[in-house]
Design a protein around this ligand. Structure first.
Ligand code: NAD
Length: 432
């Protein structure tokens, strides 16, 4: 499925580099990761002992590592490969540059299906992975700070944090609470992190509609692919008054449901959580496949599942006015060109889903004592919402202005802005 994803990403980057007259050293630095750690260990998966390989990719850190860490999620999914993690780490470098966050880009993970593991197996796998990482001096608040991604959540982040804290009797890492982000609120997490990616995407979408002066006769309709952390929370939040979109379709890996009059998302979510999927749901929605969902006539489409969903093969069938890329690399470079030719506004993942790392940044800052810890969760949440809104707005305003200035797509504009920032920072770091 992800064959050639890295070479396509590099080709796209070179194309953008050529457009902006980027120096050779920048392309070289961005086309290769700084470091890839591979750590093997034995652990039980579905009752059977297996040899697992945890991978952690450090792509590029344009800031002084040791003061400003690498940052990126941890993915537990059967599709994890070094090639995919490298691409996702590249996205993180760009995302942080675009949002002005003082991090380099990283990504990690293990090729396992977490649904095949018991809770205690997942805990052991996470603890063993973290112990192996500690031998490489990561995770560390100033060197590499993982967060959640597909197949991992606040509990997995807590297990990583707890393992580092236990080992800290022998290591003495300063600010050990800042070693991972996305932790449960009661365990040094921050309110608003759980749905930060989705909330940020919707905040930005509203702003994009405003600045691009797009008009809709009625509540804009929205179809969402993926019903996990990102897709599920987009669906729940989008119908709220604050955003006032009409969610007409949702799906997970097995298919989804569709109702042109709008779905009752809390009801569909309750069914989903009880039955483990949309199968059998008959309370106001017809069943559809993922291919059908992507081709629905809708104002907004949010692919929020996995990479390579909108490709050269189906980009002509997309029937939305705006596509907001919730999942990293959901739209291939070829598909981006087709969408641009068809004048469909596609907000790229490095802009659309940056809200997760933005709130992770706030959590990291608070854990390091850069901001006082508030016992008032509402006050804390209001601060998170304010900071997230500021950054999501400024990212889309900058990207939109650049696309107008360069007469290019939102995707090209976002990558160009990110690469320009990385160039400025790396030039100083490398003395080139
Ligand atoms: P998740 O594991 O919580 O959910 C993934 C969802 O996608 C599930 O509903 C799953 O059934 C569905 N899915 C998997 N394969 C599919 C397929 N082939 N077709 C349709 N649906 C499929 O993961 P998540 O955290 O929501 O992440 C989703 C995407 O968003 C990933 O690309 C991730 O990198 C990106 N992202 C996540 C965060 C975060 O904070 N969690 C932040 C930024 C970006």
């Amino acid at each position: 499925m992800n064959d050639g994803i890295l070479s396509k990403k590099i080709a796209e980057m070179k194309k953008i580099g050529a457009h902006m007259n980027a120096p050779e050293w920048l392309i070289e630095a961005l086309a290769t990761p700084k470091r890839v750690s591979k750590m093997q260990f034995r652990s039980s998966v579905g009752g059977k002992m297996e040899t697992l390989t945890a991978i952690r990719v450090h792509h590029r850190n344009p800031h002084p590592t040791g003061a400003r860490p690498y940052k990126g999620g941890t993915r537990f999914h059967p599709g994890v490969t070094e090639e995919l993690l490298t691409v996702l780490a590249m996205d993180m470098t760009e995302k942080c540059a675009l949002a002005g966050l003082p991090f380099g880009g990283a990504k990690g993970g293990i090729a396992i299906d977490p649904s095949a593991c018991s809770e205690i197996e997942l805990r052991h796998i996470t603890e063993k992975m973290t112990m192996e990482m500690l031998k490489e001096n990561i995770p560390h608040p100033d060197i590499d700070v993982p967060g959640p991604d597909m197949g991992t959540n606040a509990t997995v982040m807590y297990w990583m944090y707890n393992t580092v804290a236990l080992m800290n009797h022998f290591r003495n890492i300063p600010n050990a609470t800042a070693v991972v982000t996305g932790k449960p609120i009661e365990n040094d997490g921050i309110p608003g992190r759980e749905n930060a990616t989705s909330n940020g995407l919707l905040i930005q979408l509203k702003e994009f509609i405003r600045i691009a002066k797009l008009k809709f006769k009625e509540r804009p309709t929205m179809a969402i692919q993926g019903f996990g952390n990102v897709g599920g929370n987009v669906a729940l939040l989008a119908n709220e008054k604050k955003f006032n979109f009409k969610v007409i379709a949702v799906s997970d890996g097995k298919g989804g449901i569709y109702n042109p009059k709008g779905l009752n998302i809390p009801d569909a979510k309750a069914w989903y959580d009880t039955h483990g999927g949309f199968k059998g749901y008959a309370r106001g929605g017809d069943h559809i496949t993922n291919a059908e969902l992507l081709a629905l006539k809708t104002d907004i489409l949010v692919p929020a599942a996995i990479e390579n969903q909108i490709t050269g093969a189906n980009a002509h069938a997309i029937n939305a006015k705006i596509v907001s890329e919730g999942a990293n690399e959901a739209i291939t470079p070829e598909a981006n060109e087709i969408l641009a030719e068809r004048r469909i506004a596609a907000i790229p993942g490095i802009a659309a889903n940056v809200g997760g790392v933005v709130v992770s940044y706030l959590e990291w800052r608070r854990n390091r004592g850069d901001r006082r810890h508030s016992v008032d969760l509402e006050e804390e949440h209001a601060w998170v919402e304010m900071e997230l809104t500021k950054i999501m707005h400024s990212v889309i305003r900058n990207v939109y202005a650049k696309s107008k200035q360069e007469k290019c797509s939102l995707s090209q504009a976002a990558h160009m802005l990110a690469m320009e920032t990385i160039q400025t920072l790396l030039k100083r770091k490398y003395s080139v």
